[in-house]
Ligand binder design. Sequence first.
Ligand code: GYE
Length: 389
Amino acid sequence: MKRKMAAIFLAACMAVSMAACGGSGASSDNAAGTDGAAGADDAAGGDDAAGTDDTAGGDDGTGGGEGGLITVGFSQVGAESDWRTANSASMKETFSEANGYELIFDDAQQKQENQIAAIRNFIQQEVDYIVLAPVTETGWDTVLQEAYDAGIPVIIVDRMVNISKDELYTAWVGSNFQLEGEKACAWLDAYAQATGKGEEQLNIIDIQGNIGASAQIGRTAGLNEAIEAHGNWTLLEAQSGEFTQAKGQEVMESLLKQYDDIDVVYCENDNEAFGAIDAIVQAGKTVGKEIGKDILIMSFDSTNAGLKDVLDGKIICNTECNPLHGPRVEEIIKKLEAGEVVEKQQFVDEEIFAGTGDVPSIKVKDAEGNETEYPVTTVTQEVIDARAY
Ligand code: GYE
């Protein structure tokens, strides 16, 4: 196991820049040596690690997998949304014993301190790989340094980490959240124009995700950029709905008491949209497609339930965020096992769905000014049936 860990670590090292690896002979020696675990023990020595014992399963400290299984410790954010449920299912399905893995799954209940404790526990158990879906971007330097010192490759999935040293993770796979926001706003702009309302005033509410999560940062940035570019778009308020239905509803209920001129609610995920729709309907207002008459609901994720609301005319535009990361993470692990170089960052391709055919495609410019065209899929029952989540 130790020899294997050393090999994996070297492969991981190959994945980062030569400069980063070149100067760190000492740390790669540490990691390859059998003493690596001692460092991890120190790190895991706090009370924190004890907190995850239940979820981390019963083979504490035995190290590695049993019977040739590859051990993967996965620190999941929580179970706040339909997206998250699909994401957990994808990971569990992929990292099954039948596929050659022992998965140690830890649900952090949206708390970073639980994720840090889980990672320390994984280090203590000498797992082969740590997979982290980080709740927020910041605050990971210390614990990821501990994993690095223990020679355990860390794969980040979904949201990003903002860390001082790139080599503290081996690879990341997830979505381009700012692009998602830009696509959604390009659709809104095109839809307003296609329906002859391009010059009308649009009052917008942003129900944000968990503040500091990449999905929130990117989607909010996409909207703010569009608001700056449109003299007739006004952001009435931006408040966090924490990516949950309950909070989405609560936020919307209070905003409906403050504003009677809301045109668009930009919900940063489907579950917030479900809550916001309930609040709007209960307040006697309509969600729908007509600017100036209805409140237009924009959403992200495009889960089955989210697309059903598009089909039912409740959500007008839903920008996809693909949660099926299990096979993508497995591909990275397989490459590392084979000693191959892996891509440091991998973005997933995603679609955009609407409840009307008024906008067949949208165009979004990147930072260099190059324009990309994205087709817009009009939601039908067949479209929903054909999807896996
Ligand atoms: O959009 C939301 C979930 O980070 C992409 O987190 C993920 C987001 C997703 O709770 O539904």
